[in-house]
Design a protein around this ligand. Structure first.
Ligand code: HEM
Length: 231
């Protein structure tokens, strides 16, 4: 079998036995279907790699040629944003209208926060967490026995610091206990004492959930003034 392959590779007629010489590479036979029938002695020689007739063997062994700098791809152009001066628009008027670039930094001075929404320093023990603790302590924060219908004239009677009610979204709250806990300060909160505070509340901080903040302070529901006309 081995001699047959050798003759097939070299083109020479098969010979009965070729003595092993250093320049003859023995190729092991491929795993074929006549494997079991092969009666020759086992050939454990390693196949030549690269193969004897491969292009690699034929090619002259030269070191790989590296690209010189001049033949490399040119670097990409410098992006315009990298060269602009911060705070100064570099867009021409015609480009400004058609460009899809993000707007450049504004040169306007930052807007000062309005005095209207200043936070006040809360006294120790009056943090939002302390309010949450007081709410859930079971302390009576309503000051009334049952929820009632409250007309504006009744609401008006509760506008002092030690008895402050307000109405927000139709619900009337006794906010007396909450006054020292209000992050915006007592003074701001007292502006809505004894009246409907819905508008002021919403225009100051619509995101605050009054319903949750003052749930244990609910005293009733705002109704329109009962008509005094007698039939
Ligand atoms: C009675 C219902 C009210 C409750 C439950 C309440 C609750 C709160 C809460 C939880 C904050 C903190 C908000 C935050 O940090 O984002 C706050 C802040 C503030 N509140 Fe009120 N508030 C009430 C009414 C009012 C009213 C009627 C005014 C104004 C007239 C007012 C003015 C402010 C101001 C100026 C701040 C501080 C600014 C800020 O937090 O950004 N609040 N209030």
């Amino acid at each position: 079998m081995a001699s047959y392959l050798r003759s097939w590779l070299t083109g020479a007629p098969p010979v009965a036995a070729i003595p092993d010489t250093p320049n003859v590479v023995r190729i092991s036979p491929p795993a074929s279907d006549d494997e079991g029938e092969d009666t020759e002695t086992e050939d454990n020689s390693v196949p030549a790699f690269p193969a004897l007739n491969s292009a690699q063997r034929a090619a002259p062994s030269k070191p790989p040629a590296f690209l010189s700098d001049s033949s490399l791809m040119p670097p990409p152009p410098v992006p315009s944003l990298a060269t602009r001066t911060p705070g100064v628009s570099n867009r021409s008027s015609s480009a400004a209208s058609s460009s899809l670039l993000a707007p450049t930094t504004t040169t306007k001075p930052p807007v000062k926060p309005s005095k209207k929404r200043e936070k006040v320093a809360l006294a120790p023990g009056h943090s939002p967490l302390d309010w949450a603790a007081l709410k859930s302590s079971g302390t009576d924060l309503r000051g009334v026995d049952s929820l009632t219908r409250i007309p504006p004239s009744v609401l008006k009677q509760h506008r002092s610091k030690d008895d402050a009610w307000t109405a927000i979204n139709g619900k009337v709250y006794n906010m007396t206990a909450y006054l020292p806990f209000h992050p915006g300060g007592e003074r701001e909160l007292m502006r809505v004492a004894g009246r409907d505070g819905t508008y002021l509340f919403a225009s100051t901080h619509a995101w605050v959930n009054a319903d949750y903040m003052l749930d244990t302070c609910l005293v009733g529901f705002l109704i329109s003034e009962p008509s005094t006309d007698s039939p």
